[in-house]
Design a protein around this ligand. Structure first.
Ligand code: BGO
Length: 739
């Protein structure tokens, strides 16, 4: 049996020496077809196996910048050698691994010859070979090519790998939000159109388009100009966006993240530099402090606290303006529109519903700005890196951290891209556990719910409460992940490397664009989906309304109240505008009538479709401290979490007929009997954990490939949420927090 082995590596890594040692006199030198690059071939025999060895030109990369690179790449792709031996100069490990990462991304069967260990040792570099092999997922064999040391072991490993039947997964490096998102989009197009996929992995083709690889692009244009155009358009869009926001081209970001991957290998203890002072770059120097085992977590908590403090402090004033604006709008409509269903729809359904959500735009914007700052500077990648160690304990992966953060790990993300971000996870079990727990993070839609409750009940400790909420959601998600990983999705965790791209000074323009993009998404959602759900819920809270007999009862009461005072007082009240001083009798009459109106509205709400459902659930929900109005809001939250706030707004405004008397919703809640800091805390806990919104459920179904997991997440999460909320409310009541 003959196996073809390709020797690949950087120039001066020792390829020629190794080739000569292996092949001895049995060499053949020619040229690669069509180019003047030398092609050396030879044979090596071991235990009855004849190995055909091809020495590829030395390259630093596999882009199409030089003839050598194209020749090496074409040979690997078209001739499909049984194994690629990647010769890595151990004394220059970080630089040599750049090529290794690219081989791994192509998914070749591979063995690493870790050469020049003697030189590395002299330079004070220690390499943990076993760890390197585990993290990269390929055999690593130490060699001294000059003397031929280790060549037999190397060939044995190569034969073993060549004979392995198992399907090799290409390495997936995460290239940051913008590029990862584009890659997912492009991969889908590539796979659906079977575009060059017979030759290259889909993600790799997408990467090459983003890198502007002319050879691949011209192949693509010949194969299918329409698909190629689509991919070029996405590339153009991403490239423009990256230049606007970070002033950088996609190729540079891609290179940064590949080096970030290698940098992380070094930080995970694969390489130890005994005398490392002058080899440290600025990013490494910063990381020495920022990702330090002890200082790192303290800095991280400090940064989060600072972010929440900044968000709540500076957004307070503009949030107040918007609240007053929507309050004014409601009043204006109520004065100018005739009483009736349409007025109720406009005020309670639209203004209170959508206004409640839009009122939080400044808060969301400040939070997004802070997150953009952390993300663009490269700090977020450090957070993921530090948490990686913790995540392994819970049966998760380093990439799970990123999925959590995208879903709202710092508050203000979205679980939909979060669930999609789990695609960078190789192991299906860790991926499933991550996508089922990522929705526990605090997405931008939950943020208004928390902000409302914090403003109403924990006004003095806003930033602290937000930090506590963040910690509760992370701890809950991790514990549930552990539970899932030790029961229904059992299995070993896979070794993994987190990328650590270099730090960057964010530009103000970039931050502004990132902030606005996300804020605009939020506003658009409020104006479309939330508006629609808000109107549907308003209808459910309005119809069927009160039966005629009951309405007549209220009318009778009104007539009786008016009959009890003299007609002048009634006339005085009817004729009174806003600014008229009323007599004592008229004020009293107005109070009586308002109380009757309020009871009628309340009875109407109770009799409505939503009201009846809320009341029916009260027998269960009371254990968690939720009244029937809150139940209505939580049912609305199954569609989208923002709706919890808007529905609370509608539910309370429907029962409240004198908008001039009422303050903002948070003020109203803090004064409503039955509400307390404990009830608010219980609602916060429930909101963190209960069923993901509808769009996320659809995404979970798509990504897990089964409806089963979508339904599971709805039922399981709601159960977890309810049990936690009951525990908090009951224990809190016993220790006297509920008063
Ligand atoms: C010269 N250990 C040590 N110490 N040196 C090695 C090893 C090793 O494991 N492997 C290779 N080298 P190439 P490419 C040289 O040529 O095979 C040395 O480009 C010199 N030359 O001997 O050519 C190897 O094919 C004068 O060194 O690499 C060679 O990949 C003084 O690494 C060099 C000292 O190997 C490159 C060394 C005139």
């Amino acid at each position: 049996m003959e196996t073809t082995v390709a020797l690949a590596g950087n120039p001066n890594s020792g390829k020629t020496c190794l080739f000569n040692e292996l092949t001895g006199a049995r060499q053949h030198v020619g040229n690669y077809p069509g180019v003047t690059v030398e092609k050396k071939e030879g044979k090596f025999t071991r235990n009855g196996h004849t190995i055909h060895i091809v020495d590829l030109p030395g390259t630093y990369s596999l882009t199409a910048y030089s003839v050598e690179e194209v020749v090496a790449r074409d040979f690997l792709v078209n001739d499909r050698p049984g194994v690629v031996i990647d010769i890595v100069d151990a004394s220059n490990l970080e630089r040599n691994l750049y090529l290794t990462v690219q081989f791994l991304e192509m998914g070749f069967p591979m063995v690493i010859a870790l050469n020049m260990g003697d030189v590395a040792k002299k330079r004070g570099i220690d390499i943990d070979i076993e760890k390197l092999s585990i993290l990269l997922g390929v055999p690593v064999i130490p060699t001294i090519a000059r003397t031929g040391n280790g060549k037999e072991d190397l060939m044995d490993a190569a034969i073993r790998i060549a004979q392995e039947e198992k399907q090799r997964m290409p390495l997936i490096v995460s290239y940051g939000d913008d590029i990862d998102g584009a890659l997912i989009e492009m991969e889908e197009i590539i796979n659906t159109n079977v575009f060059l996929t017979g030759t290259y992995p889909a993600r790799w083709i997408a990467l090459k388009y983003l890198e502007g690889d002319e050879q691949i692009m011209s192949k693509g244009q010949k194969r299918n100009p329409g698909v190629s155009k689509q991919l070029e358009n996405i590339t153009g869009r991403v490239s423009d966006h990256l230049q606007k926001t970070l002033n950088i081209y996609p190729e540079a970001i891609i290179a940064d993240h590949r080096f970030g991957y290698i940098n992380a290998l070094a930080r995970q203890g694969v390489i130890t530099l005994r005398d490392s002072h002058d080899r440290l770059y600025t990013s490494d120097k910063i990381d020495k402090v920022v990702t330090n085992r002890f200082l790192g977590p303290i800095i991280m908590i400090g940064v989060l606290m600072g972010l929440y403090h900044f968000t709540f402090t500076y957004s307070e004033v503009p949030v107040g303006w918007l609240e007053s604006f929507f309050g004014w709008l409601g009043n204006a409509v109520s004065t100018h529109m005739p009483d009736g269903l349409l007025r109720s729809l406009v005020i309670s359904g639209i203004i209170d519903g959508v206004g409640g959500v839009l009122g939080f735009v400044p808060l969301i914007m400040f939070m997004f700005f802070g997150i953009a700052l952390l993300e663009d500077s490269g700090y977020l990648a450090r957070v993921a890196f530090m948490l990686d160690r913790v995540f392994r304990v819970f049966g998760l992966h380093g990439s799970s951290v990123m999925a959590y953060i995208v879903s709202g790990g710092i508050a203000g993300g979205c679980a939909v891209p979060g669930v999609m971000a789990t695609r960078t996870l190789k192991s299906p079990r860790e991926r499933l556990a991550t996508l089922l727990t990522a929705p526990f993070m605090n997405c931008g839609a939950k943020l208004p719910v928390f902000a409302l409750l914090i403003a109403a009940f924990f006004e003095k400790h806003e930033a602290m409460m937000m930090l506590v909420i963040t910690l509760i959601s992370w701890m809950g998600a991790l514990l549930i992940a552990k539970l899932l990983r030790s029961t229904i999705i059992k299995g070993e965790a896979m070794p993994f490397v987190m990328e650590l791209p270099p730090y960057r000074l964010p530009t103000f323009r970039g931050l502004a664009i990132h902030t606005w993009e996300r804020t605009w998404q939020y506003i658009k959602k409020a104006g479309t989906i939330i508006l629609a759900i808000s109107v549907i819920l308003w209808a459910m809270m309005t119809f069927p309304g009160l039966p005629d007999s009951q309405r007549q009862e209220f009318d009778k009461e009104r007539t009786a109240v008016m009959a009890a005072v003299n007609t002048d007082t009634v006339h005085e009240l009817e004729a009174a505008g806003d600014n008229v001083e009323l007599s004592l009798g008229a004020v009293e009459l107005r109070g009586h009538l308002a109380a009757i109106d309020s009871r009628e509205a309340d009875a109407g709400l109770r009799n409505s479709l939503a009201g009846r459902t809320g009341i029916a659930l009260e027998s269960v929900s009371k254990w968690a401290g939720f009244d029937w109005r809150t139940n209505i809001a939580l049912i609305g939250g199954f569609a989208a979490k923002e709706v919890v706030v808007s529905t609370l707004g509608t539910a309370y405004s429907l029962g409240d007929v004198d908008p001039e008397e009422s303050g903002s919703l948070s003020e109203m809640l803090s004064k409503t009997p039955g509400w307390s800091p404990l009830a608010a805390l219980s609602l916060i806990i429930f909101t963190i954990f209960y069923a993901p919104c509808f769009v996320t459920v659809v995404m979970i179904v798509r990504e897990s490939g089964s409806w089963k997991w979508g339904l599971f997440s709805m039922a399981f999460n709601t159960l977890v949420a309810f049990l936690s909320a009951v525990a908090v409310f009951q224990i809190g009541s016993v220790i006297g927090m509920g008063i």
